[in-house]
Design a protein around this ligand. Structure first.
Ligand SMILES: [Fe+2]
Length: 179
């Protein structure tokens, strides 16, 4: 399964720290197994149930958010130099994992993707954080998963978390998502 995950999410290879890279892959593996999916199913899961008849899948969204975040980070680093310190490994890992909890929040019933019973209690920032923590992902990255959506609005946001949060909302709102 590891190879398939690296194939559909090639940005994982941009994470320089090998240990972090492996934990990111492991988190997706665990999520896919726990959610009862196959890796190829990920391209059939809409990235959100909040946009009716959404044509963008979870993998396309995950890659777009990660790449948006990377471009933002490059722009900020060029403009502000050492005034803004961004850890790219943390940023990429957070982009790749921010919505991993959706494999637990969603389920397939009668050919349709719907909210799972567990998803009603734990939205993806919670299930994704738990999953990543279980797989040994460092707190700096779990933080990005935990606070990327509105659940995290009141708390502390690292620089990487600010970037992922906005990259996610850009990629949601341009497709018609309402906050
Ligand atoms: Fe997202």
């Amino acid at each position: 399964m590891k190879k398939e995950i690296l194939k559909i999410l090639p940005e994982i290879r941009k994470i320089k720290n090998k240990e972090l890279r492996e934990k990111v892959v492991l988190t997706w593996e665990e999520g896919i197994k726990l959610g009862g999916w196959k890796t190829e199913d990920l391209k059939k899961i809409p990235f959100t149930l909040l946009i009716p008849d959404c044509k963008v899948n979870l993998i396309e969204h995950t890659r777009a958010v990660t790449n948006t975040a990377l471009r933002v980070a490059e722009t900020l680093s060029r403009a502000y130099k050492s005034l803004v310190k961004i850890d790219k490994d943390i940023l990429i890992a957070g982009g790749i994992l921010h919505d991993v909890g959706k494999v637990l929040e969603y389920t397939k019933t009668g050919g349709k993707i719907t909210k799972s019973p567990k998803g009603k209690f734990l939205r993806h920032p919670f299930s994704g954080s738990a999953l990543a923590y279980k797989c040994g992902v460092p707190e700096e990255v779990v933080h990005l998963i935990a606070v990327h959506s509105h659940e995290g609005d009141q708390g502390y946001h690292s620089i990487e978390a600010i970037i992922i949060h906005h990259a996610d909302f850009i990629n949601f709102e341009v497709l018609g998502g309402k906050t």
